[in-house]
Design a protein around this ligand. Structure first.
Ligand code: ADP
Ligand code: MG
Length: 258
């Protein structure tokens, strides 16, 4: 069962301290929401966990192994990261895009993943396309798809890595409410299958409804963290520097700025 432990993490962009004293733990089956204002460090934290950025101080341990000790291919078999804007949308089709997620497993063979794939790679991709409702667009170019379809392709590609930890930067930011629900339900299903899902998200209502844990970032520091009980009016007002009314309905909260 995978576990991530972050201890006293700090990160600076050439002198600008973007994250400071970040410590938290999460494990298989958790769905952790990172929330906070624009610029609070959410994306930076995901990039540190995926090792796109190298932390200055502190530790990140994944399954009791230091993140810095993992080889690149081992890391990509454990952690899959879906950035906020994937503007590297090339001209290749959906099937081959998802197949690229198999690269960590077939990297020993030179040349692109889609010329080296084994039958089991192809079968896994087919299963993922069906699961993500992408069968009908499998041969279409990625850049001809809607935003919702593209997001599902990127999730499928990440799942082709068979990761234990899935990181998504604002996965529902550009989706209509129907597709937002579909993505959030899928992510919850993945947690039930034992994957640790960590997302950044602006919609606190969705975070409270789907994520069992929350990390509130304010100016690069953890302002509050924990389970559902962190969504207090005081925390939310303080986090966003606004006055709010909060309505509660079952497991949903609805924030109304004053
Ligand atoms: P969030 O995702 O919460 O909006 P970010 O992690 O993107 O926040 O950014 C945190 C802070 O780091 C912001 O002040 C932002 O301006 C700064 N920052 C982000 N990326 C860079 C970069 N490449 N170079 C310098 N500063 C950056
Ligand atoms: Mg961001």
């Amino acid at each position: 069962m995978i576990q991530i432990k972050v201890k006293d993490l700090s990160f600076s962009y050439s002198g600008f301290r973007a994250l400071q004293d970040i410590s938290f733990e999460a494990g298989a089956g958790d769905m952790l929401a990172i929330i906070g204002q624009n610029g609070s460090g959410k994306s930076t934290l995901l990039k540190c966990i995926s090792r796109i950025l190298k932390i200055n101080t502190g530790h990140i341990e994944i399954g009791n192994i230091s993140l810095s000790a993992l080889s690149a291919s081992k890391l990509s078999r454990i952690v899959a990261y879906i950035p906020q804007s994937t503007d590297s949308i090339s001209g290749i089709n959906v099937f081959d895009t998802v197949l690229l997620g198999r690269k960590p497993y077939i990297h020993s063979r030179p040349a692109p993943a889609f010329t080296n794939a084994a039958p089991e790679d192809m079968e896994l991709v087919s299963r993922l396309l069906t699961r993500l409702e992408l069968d009908e667009v499998a041969m279409r170019n990625l850049n001809t798809l809607s935003g919702g379809q593209q997001q599902r392709v990127f999730i499928a590609r990440a799942l082709a890595q068979q990761p234990s930890i899935l990181l998504l930067d604002e996965p529902i930011a550009n989706l209509d409410i129907n597709h937002q629900m579909k993505v959030m339900k899928l992510l919850r299903q993945l947690t039930q299958e034992g994957i640790l899902v960590i997302i950044t998200i602006h919609d606190i209502n969705m975070a409270a409804r789907f994520c069992n844990k929350a990390l509130m970032l304010k100016q690069g520091r953890i302002f509050a963290s924990g389970m559902q009980s962190v969504y207090t009016p005081e925390n939310i007002e303080n986090l966003y520097d606004i006055q709010v009314d909060i309505l509660r309905h079952n497991d949903c909260i609805c924030i109304i700025p004053q």
